[in-house]
Design a protein around this ligand. Sequence first.
Ligand SMILES: NC(=O)c1ccc[n+]([C@@H]2O[C@H](COP(=O)([O-])OP(=O)(O)OC[C@H]3O[C@@H](n4cnc5c(N)ncnc54)[C@H](OP(=O)(O)O)[C@@H]3O)[C@@H](O)[C@H]2O)c1
Length: 278
Amino acid sequence: MSSIAPTLPLNDNHTIPAIGYGTGHLTDDNAPDLVPFALECGYRLLDTAARYDNEVGVGRGVRESSVDRAEIMVTTKLRGSQHGSETARQALEVSLSRLGLDYVDLYLIHWPLPRIDKYVESWETMIAMRDEGLIRSIGTSNFNPDHIDRLERETGVLPAVNQIERHLEWPQAQKCEYQAERGIVTQAWSPLRLAGPVLDSSTVTSIGGQHGVNPGQVALRWHIQSGVVPIPHSTNRDRIAANFDVFTFELSDDEMASLATLDSGDRLGGDPLTHEEF
Ligand SMILES: NC(=O)c1ccc[n+]([C@@H]2O[C@H](COP(=O)([O-])OP(=O)(O)OC[C@H]3O[C@@H](n4cnc5c(N)ncnc54)[C@H](OP(=O)(O)O)[C@@H]3O)[C@@H](O)[C@H]2O)c1
């Protein structure tokens, strides 16, 4: 359990760990304790965002951890209010300064905000900042295939990652397939559906019973066997450790098929076509 996760290839010749630690609800106060703990458990991928207002704490956790910074894939995101050519550059500079790092491994556009229509110019700046060494890999979050097609058409550069809402009730199979065909790794946010009732369903609990694991571990293993990178969040040390302990059992084809029947279309977050957050 203390070994590190396997990795998946990215379309830019880098790699990404098969599971990450989501820091969405951490604060600058608890991140400096919990981030090093997650790294001790074996996580090597961290997910934060300018909008989470915890980059200072997450960066402190990275710097104070006994794990080499070079082994850790640090992700942060461009918030809506900073879309644009020059503003995207300023936003990354502020994030790097808050994190106390001189580069990030993965920088994502948090939401496409099609009404504002500045995601392509933001992307052009991100390509330039990647080429300058400030970012290792660039990607998107909550982008639909149409948004990704436009990035490719106008810049020739596909995202390495698209991070989307994905859980047993909203598996977004078609979107994952579209992304896989283009070598874009799908990351799943709210991979446990915020510990929602689906984890108590008999389908999930009976599969967990077969393997001697808890329902959250079943859900995380389902993502991993779907080729998707989940980024579960927890502030509870036992659950942080257990959520990483998903590489010692395998779900059968029948179990994967019964988990697929839990798709209820019930999403938690907004529609990328209309959702706006700044
Ligand atoms: N790109 C985006 O727009 C976007 C949107 C939302 C989230 N995210 C990212 O995705 C990460 C994860 O998403 P999320 O935090 O919304 O949802 P999540 O990981 O699905 O659920 C987290 C919740 O589940 C509980 N939990 C954790 N492990 C559990 C387990 N094994 N069994 C039962 N309950 C468990 C946690 O409580 P305890 O703390 O008590 O364990 C917490 O309340 C965020 O931290 C953030 O980094 C990105």
